[in-house]
Design a binder for this molecule. Structure first.
Ligand code: ADP
Length: 504
């Protein structure tokens, strides 16, 4: 029985995984919630119930934190030779690749995204992230320092710094790239010798559970990675507020990011946040439209617009405005919606009924305020959470549809005359500053705009190009700190100064 309600087959490995039991990983054991409560998991393309995962409460989170603390204080992880730890982290990446087809199908039926895209992007990038960070394990250098200590004249010193793991890291992730977001969080924490309590999103818990099994196979010791399934307000809040969690890393909405900061203040946790966006994407008159039109379309429609980096405010220079609108409209209309398991599907359903309602709400609100849906603008079908790729024109800078993060396939298009300071001011007029795009053949303009855009990432003649070597995160209310690159290491390592008095 490998056939899903959508009519498409999944691999036998997926069927047997779904048979479960689907449990949480705490201290190396797969367990139910102590309350026995569960959360049903659904396929967003059909509403089919895929199974149920534990709904963790405070007691479960506490147990996971204790398991993590024990693993940190007395387990083999921190004392392991860096090369060995690096090899285990690398091996996780290999196992993701070896099981890519299965993981992609799990991701597809849980989240809605096309399995082919998950297999081509989500899974290999997650593997890259583990393998990139695996290399840090052997490269966590300190420095030697020559202090003066002016009130101890004549003293000679040998002083150096060490970089040590922060400890127990609480990590809370969203549903848009379930496996990839888990990789972004886990890989740097593990490579640097930390231990983790990972709270996955209630809508998409499955791929992390499968990855937990693969992590055990890779040789991650018990208690080093604990995976909690549960709701944000209960399990997530318990992670963020736990007095024995040293650090919390969160990816999700700006609204919840603020709650995390509040919850973390009790024991002054180190906090890193990757939050929302309303990213400007700018096409200049001289752009290569063969690339810029599909590029701008994918900037918003990739992953059904459920990307924090989505290019959701499109600025098009006047001379090419009509041509770009026409090209985008054709592109949007040509996108084939369907279940993620269908190899012909280019766009799957939104993740949940709640998300569909939210996207619909923003579009309706925009229309009431005078914006026009040039194409799309409504739900597709009455089964599954499908929403048509949508272009909104006649928007003004005050409308909610233009200002707020929608997290759906909806782009607001506006025009501009000159690539000048006024354009930059409009592009930067947002509480967010996560990403931005520029499409031009003019090098000077490209660099000027890249420097002027207040965003953590600027893509030129491309969009959504991710690599673990590139730091990722936001200016303004898009977050605190960076993931990936060597920038992420500061969130997972405490510098320690050691000063040795050698005598006068
Ligand atoms: P969305 O609303 O799109 O699901 P969120 O930012 O609410 O995005 O969710 C991202 C993650 O944050 C999920 O794992 C969710 O369970 C978790 N979360 C939601 N609310 C809280 C909270 N109050 N405290 C901690 N985590 C939370």
């Amino acid at each position: 029985m490998n056939k899903m309600m959508s009519g498409f087959e999944v691999q036998p490995a997926v069927t047997s995984f779904l048979k479960g039991p689907l449990r949480m990983l705490i201290g190396g054991e797969w367990v139910d919630a102590q309350s026995g409560e569960t959360i049903d998991v659904f396929d967003p393309a059909t509403g089919e119930r895929l199974g149920a995962v534990p709904s963790a409460g405070e007691a479960d989170v506490d147990k996971a934190v204790r398991a993590a603390r024990t693993a940190f204080e007395s387990g083999p992880w921190r004392s392991m030779q860096p090369a060995e730890r690096g090899r285990i982290v690398w091996r996780i990446g290999e196992l993701l690749l070896e099981n890519a087809a299965e993981l992609a199908e799990i991701e597809s039926i849980d989240n809605g995204k096309p399995a082919a895209i998950a297999q081509a992007a989500d899974i290999p990038i997650a593997a890259d992230v583990f393998q990139y960070h695996a290399g840090w394990a052997t490269k966590l250098y300190g420095r030697s320092v020559e202090p003066s200590v002016s009130y101890m004249p004549g003293m000679r010193w040998h002083a150096y710094t060490r970089r040590e793991p922060v400890g127990v890291c609480g990590q809370i992730i969203p549903w848009n790239f379930p496996l990839l977001m888990a990789a972004f969080k886990l890989a740097p924490a593990l490579a640097t010798g930390n231990v983790v309590v990972l709270k996955v999103a209630e809508d998409t818990p499955l791929s992390a559970i499968r990855m937990g099994q693969l992590m055990q196979e890779a040789g991650v010791p018990d208690g080093v990675v604990n995976i909690i399934t549960g709701y944000g307000e209960t399990a997530g809040a318990a992670v963020a507020g736990h007095p024995d969690v040293d650090k919390v890393a969160f990816t999700g909405s700006t609204e919840v990011g603020k709650l995390i900061v509040n919850a973390a203040k009790g024991n002054l946790k180190n906090v890193s946040l990757e939050l929302g966006g309303k990213s400007p994407n700018i096409i200049l008159n001289d752009a290569d439209l063969e690339k810029a039109i599909p590029g701008a379309a994918e900037a918003i429609f990739f992953n059904h617009g459920q990307c924090c980096t989505a290019g959701s405010r499109l600025f098009v220079q006047s001379d090419i405005y009509d041509k770009v609108m026409e090209g985008l409209t054709d592109y949007a209309k040509s996108i084939k919606l369907g279940p993620g398991l269908d190899p012909d599907t280019a766009m799957g359903p939104l993740v949940s009924a709640k998300q569909l309602e939210r996207v619909q709400g923003y579009v309706e609100n925009g229309k009431k305020a005078g914006a026009q849906a040039i194409t799309g603008g409504q739900r597709v079908g009455d089964k599954g959470h499908f929403f048509a790729p949508t272009l909104m024109a006649d928007v003004d800078d005050k409308m909610e549809v233009y200002r707020e993060e929608i997290f759906g396939p909806v782009v607001c298009v506006t025009r501009f005359d000159e690539a000048d300071a006024q354009l930059l001011a409009r592009a930067n007029d947002s509480i967010y500053g996560l990403a931005a795009g520029v499409w031009t053949r003019d090098l000077e303009k490209a660099h000027r705009l890249a420097a002027g855009l207040r965003a953590g990432t600027v893509w030129v003649n491309t969009y959504n190009a991710f690599d673990p070597s590139l730091p990722f995160g936001g200016f303004k209310q898009s977050g605190w700190g960076r993931e990936n690159g060597d920038e992420v290491l500061e969130h997972y390592l405490e510098p320690k100064a050691v000063a040795i008095a050698l005598g006068e």
